[in-house]
Design a protein around this ligand. Sequence first.
Ligand SMILES: NC(=O)c1ccc[n+]([C@@H]2O[C@H](COP(=O)([O-])OP(=O)(O)OC[C@H]3O[C@@H](n4cnc5c(N)ncnc54)[C@H](O)[C@@H]3O)[C@@H](O)[C@H]2O)c1
Length: 355
Amino acid sequence: MRFKNSTIFVTGGAGFIGSAVVRHLLRDTHARVVNIDKLTYAANLESLPGAEGNPHYQFEKQCICEGASLRKLFEKYQPDAVMNLAAESHVDRSIDGPGEFIQTNIIGTFTILQEALRHWRTLSPEKRHAFRFLHISTDEVFGSLGDEGFFTETTAYAPNSPYSASKASSDHLVRAWRETYDLPTLVTNCSNNYGPYHFPEKLIPHMIIKGLAGEALPVYGDGKNIRDWLYVEDHATALTTVLERGSIGGTYNVGGRNERTNLQVVETICDLLDDMAPTDDGARRRLISFVTDRPGHDHRYAIDASKLERELGWRAQENFESGIEKTVRWYLDQKPWWKAILERGYTAKRVGIGQ
Ligand SMILES: NC(=O)c1ccc[n+]([C@@H]2O[C@H](COP(=O)([O-])OP(=O)(O)OC[C@H]3O[C@@H](n4cnc5c(N)ncnc54)[C@H](O)[C@@H]3O)[C@@H](O)[C@H]2O)c1
């Protein structure tokens, strides 16, 4: 009876990971979910099939930077937990326009922390004891690794992009609200996610869609940057595990030990597309081209998730091979989902060169 009689605020629940969390909560638990989302370009309520009309689900179109309106939502729903996923999340966009990242990722987190604290202080001792504020963050706050080693929960923060710096700032705020005001907070730092319902600007869906169309597949730099990939539904189960059983004030790294160079990722997608959607034009690897690198492009990320595995018993269910196959299949089967985004005017134009 997971989360029976609990109301959980999920901010950013119309985004890529937030929607996976909402789908997981509605499918696998008894929680009542309030999805609080401003509906930026990255949001898509079509990523929540069946949610509307579900008696355990409510949607509130709301920006997390607006304290007075957030306060009304806390008063209306009396949540038992907040999962804070609302964010600007695309590194390339943060290079061209950092302002939105400062606003949502830092000011927004500050604002919802203040409103969560105000709400928490009104609760009965029993409810106060059970309340949790889970802040969802990224491994990018730790900066870049050399060829060896892993990020652990004690790795020093060294963010390199406006995006990761804004996320690092928000992590520090969450920690301070715990240390200073006793708000029961937790933080997770996860590696790169991939899977269904991923906005086409991100590496994996971008390459699937371009590869399917027989268009050039632009790989940044020499393609040797390494990312540690986690299937998004594994991230969702990690988050509910931490929410349920994580130690207050704790931070948990989330990852699936799936390091790949960007070039390996793109080559794998090419090969899967050749198998699943063959054409007479030749192997899709021919479409790969190398383009100007991202400024400040971190060389390698790799997560040590052993604390989460050891202390809370979480395990990723997918490895990269199984997850990427499911993902490519999903994009082939769910063309209306991503074609609607392209039809709304998303052009996949290169951004973030820093000019
Ligand atoms: N995508 C990844 O690989 C990854 C990895 C680790 C951590 N994270 C973190 O997970 C969280 C979710 O990432 P994602 O990839 O799902 O992002 P996303 O860009 O797909 O979705 C973000 C959602 O937040 C909403 N939002 C943005 N600004 C808002 C505001 N001011 N008020 C309310 N809602 C707002 C958007 O409308 C959107 O629905 C982020 O905090 C991100 O930093 C992402």
